[in-house]
Design a protein around this ligand. Structure first.
Ligand code: G1P
Length: 287
């Protein structure tokens, strides 16, 4: 049973400056929900009960968002704004157990996960990166959890992308086990398109077993002085420790850059029963 997730949210969000000068990038809004809420909702829909946020300074707004807001609730109640009150309460009820741990220096994604180790303890856990929002019938994390529980091994999500796009991601090579499932043999972080070992890019969803911590601890800082999660996955695979990649079913948006953020906003708004029809007409006229 996978009950816990780690959410590394300590990044600076430089690709979205100046919006992220004073507001954590995870709190940027798609329609009327901050990006991080979509991520948390996916985890909740995947059966997760315990959330471990890895934060840096100036990220308190993320934790506040999922906490109670007694003054706001009292105000909405007094004014009889029942729907809004319900909306606000729903957010604070999403997370049963929330803890946060500080990553004092930006030493990489691998380091962020290592910082969460004492809170994770000795059990398998999920990791969700805030930039990737996945729209899927079965939540993306749930797809990974099902596979990990069946294989009793770590599973990470990958997406088949055009070769010229894979340089923004970790790229796997592996042995096909069945349709959409690979046993990972190697991983390269952000390869040049011509050097990429495949067109299967890692997206920000992972299920790990506690063994990942031993691999992370052994790593010395890689590119940019950072401890790369990809290096730990690669070492695991090279040493013959089974780790799988699953091509998830669904649509992913990379909201960590301007183009992906706008695309996600438009796509989500078009799916919204209230906004969709109006927006469709508006976009048609505009084009
Ligand atoms: C990180 C990982 C990379 C992965 C990506 C998914 O990169 O290092 O392997 O493909 O997340 O979004 P980042 O986006 O932090 O540069």
């Amino acid at each position: 049973m996978i009950r816990k997730v780690v959410l590394p949210v300590a990044g600076l969000g430089t690709r979205m400056l100046p919006a992220t000068k004073a507001v954590p990038k995870e709190m940027l809004c798609l329609i009327n929900k901050p990006a991080i809420q979509y991520i948390v909702e996916e985890a909740v829909a995947s059966g997760i009960k315990e959330f471990i946020f890895v934060v840096s300074r100036n990220k308190e707004a993320i934790l506040d968002h999922f906490d109670l807001s007694p003054e706001l609730e009292a105000e909405l109640e007094a004014k009889g704004k029942k729907n809004l009150l319900e909306e606000v309460r729903k957010v604070s009820r999403l997370i049963e157990s929330l803890s946060a741990v500080r990553q004092k220096k930006p030493l990489g994604l691998g380091h962020a996960i290592l910082v969460a180790a004492p809170l994770v303890g000795n059990e398998p856990f999920g990791v969700l990166l805030g930039d990737d929002i996945v729209d899927a019938e079965e939540p993306c994390l749930k797809q990974l959890i099902r596979a990990a529980e069946e294989l009793w091994a770590p599973v990470i999500a990958v997406e088949h992308l055009p070769r010229e796009e894979v340089s923004r991601y970790g790229v796997i090579s592996g042995k096909k086990v069945q349709e959409g499932l690979y046993e990972i043999e190697d991983v390269v972080e952000k390869p040049r398109p011509e050097e990429a070992p495949s067109e299967l890019a890692i997206i920000g969803r992972y299920v790990f077993f506690p063994s990942i911590f031993e691999y992370l601890e052994r790593l010395s800082p890689g590119a940019g002085g950072e401890i790369q999660l990809t290096d730990a996955i690669a070492t695991m695979a090279r040493e013959g420790h089974k780790i799988y990649a699953l091509e998830f079913r669904g649509t992913r948006y990379d909201t960590g850059n301007k183009e992906g953020f706008v695309k996600a906003t438009v796509a989500l708004a078009l799916k919204d029963p209230e906004l969709g029809p109006k927006l469709r007409d508006f976009l048609r006229n505009l084009l």
